[in-house]
Design a protein around this ligand. Structure first.
Ligand code: DOR
Ligand code: ZN
Ligand code: ZN
Length: 450
């Protein structure tokens, strides 16, 4: 019996090395990885023309928006952007309208997503107030919980350490990670008010209100609760080496903590922020070149576990404004992450092996996405084909995302995704979306429910 699909004339990144051959796909799964003569016959044969097959990227930090915020992004445009960028699985953030914060809102979001997604999607929920609701959210299949410390989102009072400890203990029993946006609300508000009262409206004033100390204060606070609860904490978008130092220390002391870096914190500095203006405004903001280099060190020596886009699209109107205080923070990132980092591979700043670890293997390990994140027989056929030698230029006006701007617009890149397979189905080919929504799945977490 022939299998469904064979990808041939490829180089395949599997088991930490590249071998010539191909991949046979059956029932949406990788059936065999082998030299060409050992591949089975297939109904569909796809010539990869010597390109490189890597595990589809898994982006654990994406704001797909939709619902009342569909004017910024929706499930179809967001997941189109994902697969155009070689991302086959993503985790959706809960700061939506309505906020994803209980079983009802989570189910509604899953229902809306079902027939509109091109990439596999798992969901975070904000923390509900009651422990029973935490259980119900886990039962519904949330992959993670998300805690914002910079603003009150969700049911739990973010200033109440005792409540947080109680919730963290409960979530630990369920075996689900808690992702944290670590910026201290009180510190931000205090300095913002002073800056505003002095009449400052520029990015400098914003940076004063969102210092690295704002981050470390929140991280210290959460690490204490992490130690006491033993919950798995994942720190989103770490922006400073001081934070990484604290996380490393906690790890050595036995806490279950992980963290992610974003392309913007790794590739943009506050010096260029002033030239780029409001479109590159994000929380936490990008830091000095010196800090950025330290983040790269942490990335290379595996102190940063994951690269995630923090794709946070807004309408172009929301990114403009005379006063920085009126500008929505957030940068679209799904379509730029992979080309930017393949360029770094070509420049010798990061190995391909490390990039695959940071963008596929580790995300799946940390968020317990089984059967994904590597090219292995029996694993899901989520496969990104890259041309490592292709030169291109980022063109934000051609994004699938509704947010057609980027601080990386016009950047030259070398290395781009040329085909994306989701569950064995070709969804993106040479930059074009070639499939209707439907091949992708909603991923449900496997909480340890008693
Ligand atoms: O810059 C940001 N944008 N940081 C956040 O934490 C939220 C995000 C958004 O949703 O726009
Ligand atoms: Zn955040
Ligand atoms: Zn975010």
């Amino acid at each position: 019996m022939p299998v469904e699909t064979v990808l041939y004339n490829a180089r395949v990144f599997a088991n930490g090395r590249i071998t010539r051959g191909g991949i046979a796909i059956e029932d949406g799964k990788i059936f065999r990885i082998a030299k060409e003569i050992n591949l089975p016959i297939a109904v569909n044969k796809v010539d990869l023309k010597g390109c490189l097959a890597i595990p589809g990227l898994v982006d654990v930090h994406v704001h797909l928006r939709g619902q009342m915020q569909a004017y910024k992004e929706d499930f179809f445009t967001g997941t189109s952007a994902a697969v155009a960028g070689g991302i086959t699985t993503l985790l959706d953030m809960p700061n939506n309208e309505p906020v994803t914060m209980d079983s009802g809102s989570l189910k509604e979001r899953m229902r809306d997503a079902r027939s509109n997604i091109l990439a596999n999607v798992g969901f975070y929920s904000a923390l509900p107030e009651s422990l029973d609701e935490i259980h119900r959210v886990a039962q519904c299949g949330a992959i993670g919980f998300k805690l914002y410390l910079n603003s009150q989102i969700g049911g739990i009072g973010i200033d109440d350490d005792d409540k947080l400890l109680e919730a963290f203990k409960e979530i630990r029993e369920l075996g689900i990670p808690i992702a944290v946006h670590a910026e201290d609300k009180e510190m931000i508000e205090k300095v913002s008010k002073i800056q505003q009262s002095l009449g400052f409206v520029d990015i400098n004033a914003y940076l004063k209100a969102h210092t690295t100390n704002v981050e470390t204060k929140a991280v210290r606070r959460i690490l204490k609760i992490a130690h006491r609860s033993k919950a798995h904490i994942h720190f989103c978008h770490v922006s400073s080496d001081k934070t990484i130092f604290l996380i490393q220390k906690a790890r050595k002391e036995g806490a279950a903590v992980s963290c992610e870096g974003t392309p913007h914190h790794l590739l943009l500095s506050s010096e260029c922020l002033k030239n780029l203006g409001h479109i590159s405004l994000t929380d936490p903001p990008v830091r000095t070149g010196k800090v950025m280099r330290k983040l790269w060190e942490a990335l290379r020596n595996a102190q940063i576990d994951i690269i995630a886009s923090d794709h946070a699209p807004h309408s172009i109107g929301e990114k403009k404004g005379d006063a920085v205080w009126n500008v929505k923070p957030g940068i679209p990132g799904l379509e730029t992450l992979l080309p930017l980092f393949l360029t770094k591979v070509n420049e010798g700043q990061i190995t391909l092996e490390n990039l695959v670890r940071l963008t596929a293997q580790k995300p799946c390990e940390i968020f317990s996405l089984q059967g994904r994140g590597s090219l292995k027989e029996g694993y899901n056929a989520d496969i990104t084909i890259i041309d490592l030698h292709r030169q291109s230029r980022i063109d934000a006006s051609r994004f699938y995302s509704k947010a057609k701007y980027s601080p990386f617009d016009k950047w030259s890149v070398k290395g781009i995704p040329v085909k994306t397979f989701v569950n064995g189905v070709l969804v993106m080919d040479e930059g074009k979306i070639v499939e209707n929504a439907g091949a992708a799945r909603i991923l449900r977490g496997k909480a340890l429910l008693m």
